[in-house]
Write a protein that binds this ligand. Structure first.
Ligand code: SF4
Length: 441
């Protein structure tokens, strides 16, 4: 499907397309700030591209994501051929991983950049990179929340994962640099901070030679105007438990933790090189729930990894039934070249079987999520309003991360302000979401 281009190509206008994860989005936002500092107008993921310059920030994580990135490049390469755009640039994880192949196969692209050298794009246009603005961003999310990238890279060795190949070793940003960025964003009206990294819990080990996520969250939590801090991409092995009292005691730290577990059976955890076993995982989850009452756990599970037996899969289903995660995402194993699994195992589970297992897993989770949702009926929860729809407002509680978790749908009896918090009494559920009404009593 060829994107609908504006009839006229606008000079001095740049369209930035971001694919992949929120970490990529932060890079796009940083690049947008540099373009604006050089006098360009910028737009992000436009419905109708009209800029003379297009930059595609790609994802190279797994098969489906790579395909989406390649298709997007090919689409804009066609527009480049037809002179609908003057310059086409590609950056991010896919071009970090497959630079030479892409350069050979898609010569219509004016230049490919990797994941970390996109700053060169500005000087390649004959413009100057503003170092003083190096952590300033054009926020593309709703004006009350932003993703906050605290580190780049990963030192783990998970068998199936290409991320360390793409991003390299773990590199923490300093606590001062992150807190300065938070203060700047608070001044822009941001209230809610989604903390992200490839591995949040490893934070500080490289820079301060000690686990420092608890200290960082405390420092951010002390900044006036920070209403919500939400933690994503935790890793279970050597989990820094000093984080738990910070989550319990600080009202502006959401009782929410995204911690990817990938599997439960010891056989699979070993083959996946997760460096943790089932018993330790269960102990950790119990400790987290004991120390942070009401915490909502989001996890990610993978099915169809080489060697996964029917017993392993049943173990996973039982584990998910037993642990009752409030939020769970699943995906199938993707055989990524260069990974340990790719070099040492054969991708022996048939695609149909992989997707059958995924469907079964998600069906179990759907039932659990619906039961957990029901327990919220009658409760009054603090909700932030994200957007207004013709018939309702959509918001989230501290237990809901944007774009991946349920929403609270609120009828329009009262006029509400986007980005404000309201006490909402939950009156019902609607599939994945909650239904509520403002409780001003
Ligand atoms: S922790 Fe594992 S799955 Fe996550 S980015 Fe690192 S290697 Fe990949």
């Amino acid at each position: 499907m060829l994107t609908h281009y504006s009839a006229t190509m606008r000079r001095n206008k740049v369209d930035i397309i971001t694919l992949g994860c929120s970490k990529n989005l932060v890079d796009s936002e940083l690049l947008m700030r540099q373009f604006v500092a050089n006098g360009y107008n910028v737009s992000h993921d436009p419905e109708k591209p009209e800029g003379e310059i297009v930059v595609i920030n790609t994802c190279g994580f797994i098969g489906e994501a790579k395909e989406e990135s390649v298709n997007m490049i090919l689409e804009f390469a066609e527009a480049r051929k037809q002179n609908k755009i003057r310059k086409l640039f590609v950056m991010g994880c896919l071009s970090e991983r497959y630079l030479e192949e892409l350069q050979t196969e898609i010569p219509e692209v004016d230049k490919f950049y990797g994941k970390f050298n996109w700053k060169l794009l500005i000087s390649d246009l004959g413009k100057s990179y503003h170092n003083e603005l190096s952590s300033d961003r054009i926020i593309t999310t709703p004006t009350h929340y932003a993703y906050l990238k605290i580190a780049e890279g990963c030192n783990r060795t998970c068998s199936y994962c290409s991320i360390p190949i793409i991003t390299g070793k773990y590199k923490s940003r300093s606590i001062k640099e992150i807190c300065d960025e938070v203060k700047g964003l608070v001044n822009q009206g941001i209230k809610e901070f989604q903390l992200i990294a490839q591995d949040l819990t490893y934070y500080g080990l490289d820079l301060y030679k000690k686990y420092s996520i608890a200290e960082l969250v405390r420092e951010i939590s002390d900044i006036r105007g920070v209403e919500w801090i939400r933690l994503h991409y935790a890793y279970p092995n050597h989990f820094p438990t000093d984080l738990l009292p910070v989550m319990r005691e600080r009202v502006n730290v959401c009782k929410y933790l995204d911690i990817a577990l990938q599997h439960s059976s010891d056989h699979m955890l070993q083959m996946m090189r997760r460096n943790i076993d089932k018993a330790t995982t269960i102990d950790l989850l119990h400790k987290i729930r004991e120390e942070v009452p009401e915490i909502h756990l989001r996890t990610t599970m993978m099915v169809g990894h080489p060697g996964e037996t029917e017993e392993d899969f049943i173990d996973l289903l039982d584990f998910v039934k037993q642990m009752r995660f409030e939020r769970l995402g699943g995906f199938v194993y993707s055989d990524e070249e260069g990974t340990y699994s790719n070099r040492n195992y054969s991708d022996d589970i048939e695609p149909e079987e992989k997707y059958k297992r995924l469907d079964e897993l998600m069906a179990v989770q759907e039932g659990i999520a619906a039961e957990i949702n029901e327990t919220k009926v009658g409760k009054t929860l603090k909700v932030i309003i994200d957007r207004e729809e013709p018939d309702f407002y959509a918001g989230r509680t501290e237990f809901d991360s944007p774009e991946v978790d349920p929403e609270v749908l609120i009828n329009k009896e009262n006029k509400l302000n986007i980005s404000d918090f309201y006490p909402v009494t939950i009156t019902g559920t609607q599939y994945f979401d909650l239904i509520g009404k403002i409780n001003l009593t």
